[in-house]
Design a protein around this ligand. Structure first.
Ligand code: CO
Length: 433
C-alpha cells in the first residue's frame, strides 16, 4: 500500500471513530474481517495454536493478539501499546443550561486540550448511552450525531482587544458551555436535551439512565501541502498510533509470526491511565497471564516469559515548528516526514533507555526506515505515555516512540504523510524479527 493510501485509510478510520468507544468498535470491525475471534473476560479461555483473538474491556480498551508459531517461553511477548482517548470536552450529567433564550450544554474538560482550538468549529457529540431495555436489562449503545450540532463562538475582537497579544483564555466553568439550540419559554432545557437523545437512539427518554458523550469536530481529515505531503485531523494523538499498530498486526507476515504478538489500545491515557481499563490497570497483565496459563506457563516461567518480552509504547512526538524555534532543544528538532522518533527522558517520563532505544534503531535499519531522537527542553515539563507504567508493572523492557506531530492536543493536529508509512513498516519488522 502506498504511503498516501495508508494515510487515507487512517483518516477514514478517524472519521468513523469520533470517540474512544467508536474507535474500539472500528478496531473490532477490522479485526473481525481478519478472522480474529472475540474473547469474553468472564468465560474460560481455550486458545488454539496460532489463533487470533481480541478482548474488549468496557467498550473503549481493546487487546488483540496472535499466538506465535514458537513457544512463548522461547520468544516472550512482543507488545505494541497505544491509547484510544484524546483530550477534549465531555458532556456533564445534567448538561442543559437554559438562559437568554438559548440552550447550552455544560461540559467538563477531559485531559489537557488546547481549549482555544475548540472555538468556531463545527462540533458534534458522540459516545455511549446507557438505558433500560424493554426486558428491564441495562444496555449501552454507541451514538453519534453526524451533523454539526454544537458551537463555541469566540468573543469578537472588539470585546477582547488583547486576544492577539495575550492569547485566548477560556474560563473552564463559565466560558465553555456549548450552544445547542434556541429555546422558547415553554421548553424545559433538560427535557429538550433528553428528547434529542431519544430521537437519536430510538429509546424513550424515561428509559435513558446515563451517558458518556465526547465533543468532536465534524470536519473530515484531509491531506494538505503543495505536494499533499502533510495531513490533518482530530485525535491524531493517538489514533494514528492505534491505526499503525493495528495495520502492523494484521499484516500477513505478522499473522504467522514466531512470537506471540500483542496490540494493546487503552482508554484513559490522557487522564493518567489509572482505571479498570487504563494501561496502569489490570487489563494487560490479566490478558498476558491468561495467554500464558492456557499454555501451562505459570509461576517462574511466566516471569521468564516477561524477561524475554519487549514493548513498544507508540504515542505521538513533538514535530519542530520553525515559527517557534525557542520552544525546542536546538539539537533535538524532529522533523515531519523524517521517520519515527525515539523519545528519551532521563526522569523516565518515557520508558526508553539506551538498550531499548538501540534495539528500536536496529528495527528501523532493518525496515529501511529513518529515525530521529527527541529530548524535551529541560526547563519545560515533559508529557508522559503508557510506556513507563506498563514497563514498571510487568518488568518488560520498553521503548517510547512516535510519529512527529504538530499542535499536540489541538482539536486539529497535523503530521507528515510519509511518517505514518514508516511507523507501520518498523512496527511490522519489530513483530516478526
Ligand atoms: Co498521546
Amino acid at each position: 500500500m502506498s504511503a498516501r493510501r495508508q494515510v487515507e485509510h487512517l483518516l477514514e478510520f478517524i472519521d468513523v471513530s469520533p470517540s474512544p468507544w467508536h474507535a474500539v468498535a472500528s478496531v473490532e470491525t477490522q479485526l473481525l474481517s481478519f478472522q480474529f475471534v472475540k474473547l469474553d473476560e468472564a468465560d474460560k479461555w481455550q486458545l488454539k495454536p496460532a489463533g487470533r483473538y481480541y478482548v474488549v474491556r468496557d467498550d473503549s480498551s481493546v487487546i488483540a493478539f496472535v499466538l506465535g508459531q514458537k513457544p512463548l517461553l522461547e520468544t516472550g511477548f512482543k507488545i505494541i501499546g497505544a491509547h484510544t482517548d484524546s483530550p477534549g470536552l465531555r458532556i456533564k450529567p445534567k448538561p442543559a443550561i437554559g438562559m437568554d433564550a438559548l440552550l447550552r450544554l455544560g461540559v467538563e474538560v477531559y485531559g489537557g486540550p488546547i481549549l482555544a482550538t475548540f472555538t468556531d468549529r463545527d462540533l458534534s457529540l458522540a459516545g455511549r448511552v446507557v438505558y433500560k431495555n424493554e426486558q428491564g436489562h441495562i444496555v449501552s449503545k454507541l451514538i453519534s450525531f453526524d451533523q454539526p450540532l454544537l458551537r463555541l463562538p469566540n468573543l469578537a475582537i472588539h470585546m477582547n482587544r488583547a486576544v492577539n497579544e495575550e492569547g485566548l483564555k477560556l474560563h473552564k466553568q463559565f466560558e465553555l458551555p456549548l450552544i445547542l439550540s434556541q429555546l422558547s419559554e415553554q421548553q424545559l432545557p433538560q427535557d429538550y436535551f433528553l428528547a434529542l437523545l431519544q430521537q437519536q437512539i430510538g429509546v424513550e427518554a424515561t428509559r435513558l439512565l446515563s451517558w458518556e458523550l465526547n465533543v468532536y469536530d465534524t470536519q473530515k481529515g484531509t491531506l494538505w501541502g503543495a505536494e499533499q505531503e502533510f495531513y490533518a485531523d482530530s485525535q491524531l494523538d493517538n489514533l494514528a498510533s492505534c491505526h499503525a499498530a493495528l495495520q502492523a498486526l494484521i499484516d500477513d507476515s505478522v499473522l504467522s509470526a514466531e512470537a506471540t504478538v500483542v496490540c494493546g489500545l487503552f482508554d484513559h491515557e490522557e487522564i493518567g491511565s489509572e482505571s479498570n481499563k487504563g494501561a496502569d490497570g489490570s487489563f494487560l497483565p490479566d490478558v498476558l497471564q491468561r495467554i500464558a496459563w492456557t499454555q501451562q506457563i505459570q509461576g517462574e516461567d511466566l516471569v521468564r516469559s516477561y524477561a524475554k518480552s519487549f514493548m513498544i509504547s507508540a504515542d505521538m512526538a513533538h514535530a519542530y515548528q520553525p515559527n517557534f524555534p525557542n520552544a525546542y532543544d536546538s539539537e533535538h528538532k524532529v522533523r515531519v516526514n523524517e521517520g519515527p522518533v525515539i523519545k528519551v527522558n532521563v526522569n523516565q517520563r518515557y520508558s526508553s533507555e539506551s538498550v531499548s532505544a538501540a534495539q528500536f534503531a536496529g528495527w528501523c535499519e532493518q525496515a529501511g526506515v529513518p529515525y530521529q531522537t527527541y529530548s524535551h527542553r529541560c526547563d519545560l515539563a515533559c508529557g508522559s505515555t503508557i510506556g513507563p507504567m506498563v514497563s514498571a508493572r510487568l518488568g518488560i523492557r520498553s521503548v517510547d516512540v512516535g510519529s512527529p506531530l504538530w499542535a499536540m492536543h489541538s482539536i486539529r493536529e497535523s503530521a507528515g504523510m510519509y511518517d505514518h508509512a514508516y511507523l507501520i513498516s518498523v512496527l511490522k519488522t519489530f513483530f516478526v524479527s
